[in-house]
Design a protein around this ligand. Sequence first.
Ligand SMILES: Cc1cc2nc3c(=O)[nH]c(=O)nc-3n(C[C@H](O)[C@H](O)[C@H](O)COP(=O)(O)OP(=O)(O)OC[C@H]3O[C@@H](n4cnc5c(N)ncnc54)[C@H](O)[C@@H]3O)c2cc1C
Length: 416
Amino acid sequence: MTGKRVAVLGAGAIGVCVALYLQRAGHDVVLVDQDEPGNGCTFGNAGLIQCASVVPVATPGIVRAVPRMLLDRTQPLHIRWRYLPSLAPYLLHFLRESRLSRVAANARALASIVPRAYDDYLPLIEAAGIGAMVRPSGELHVFETDAAFAAAKAGGFAIRRAHGVRVEELDGDAVRDLEPNLSPTVRHGLFLPDCYQTVNPRRFVAALCASFVASGGEFRRARVDDVEARNGGGVRIVTQGGNIEAATAVLAFGAFSGPLAKRLGTRVRLNSERGYHIMLPQPGVTLNRTVVSGEYRFALAPIDGNVRITGAAELARVGAPPDYSRARRLLPLARHLLPGLDDAGQTLWMGHRPSTPDSLPLLGRTRANPDVVFAFGHNHSGLTLGGTTGRLIADLVGGRAASVDLTPFSPTRFHD
Ligand SMILES: Cc1cc2nc3c(=O)[nH]c(=O)nc-3n(C[C@H](O)[C@H](O)[C@H](O)COP(=O)(O)OP(=O)(O)OC[C@H]3O[C@@H](n4cnc5c(N)ncnc54)[C@H](O)[C@@H]3O)c2cc1C
């Protein structure tokens, strides 16, 4: 082994892929998580590797939508009143990011990393022998009204096209050729061919982690309480199962990275944008690919051959209890779009998206402790960006020049 000892903290989509890329570069890697791999936010997502995700969450229309987000719990993104005081600094920053110039800069930054997402997964998928767990599926956005279709084309899809993302326009019949079970009320579709569906995001990430272990990597299940700088360089990871010494630590706790980042001397603007899913294990209808409702902003994803409804984003504090009634409201909307959908045996889930006001992850070393590398804050694209983040972080740890400009992703950008 010619590399150094590296501890990767967090075994979600991001941590597992970072560990694999570091291992491939010859480092001695220990991956630490308090839970089984892929059981955090990665567990319940829609399972898509979306090489078309170049649109930031904060866009110009969002300022006008804020009063509705506060007052109406049925909105696709809801803000809980009670948490408004603690969310205020994040929200103000988020609103600043909705200015046209910032939207353009953030979309440019996303477009510098997202289109490579699948290519960066490929070596990991091939080495793990799990090609059957992911397939080119595309992602289908459907519209029942001309107004929503026109707004989407003028908004997020115009940004995608400006960055070279392939978008195909479909009429209602062409939509139903792709997805025969969709409602006859669907009038238009926008199809993104460059998206890939995993069978189940948790199983996909767990299989990648198994390949890391099979190749000699160590997965240690323990809660991390602290990371300390060692005299003479390197870090000491303080866990409930004993200390781990390493030359470098990579922090990949997703939405839970903030407190440790702060203890390490770097304040970050990171929040949990909660998301919900309803898993329908006997849906009674089939779906070939993920379908997104253009009007109501929820998705129907084919997970393990069944249907997972995802949506109902919400800003609240990390520790706030889930509001599953918001998820349940998606059921009648989903049944309207996919008639015959059976909800027998449904299970509910809530997860914490690691969100930043500019929709960009934090990737890089911190000034406060150069032996700690940040790799969190992947917003709506953490599964998508696993492979790419792994490649970029392995280059950084190995002292190789980055293949993209990492300035927009600087971990210190919020408080420079
Ligand atoms: C409803 C929904 C749908 C989504 N759909 C998609 C999609 O289709 N495609 C996509 O790309 N993204 C999607 N996302 C976003 C994506 O799920 C996240 O961006 C991604 O899971 C973040 O991965 P992560 O590895 O950073 O965090 P996580 O998966 O949350 O992993 C963090 C890990 O850190 C561990 N951890 C935290 N604190 C400690 C500690 N103190 N000690 C030890 N371990 C600790 C946790 O146990 C966890 O395993 C969706 C999100 C939601 C909510």
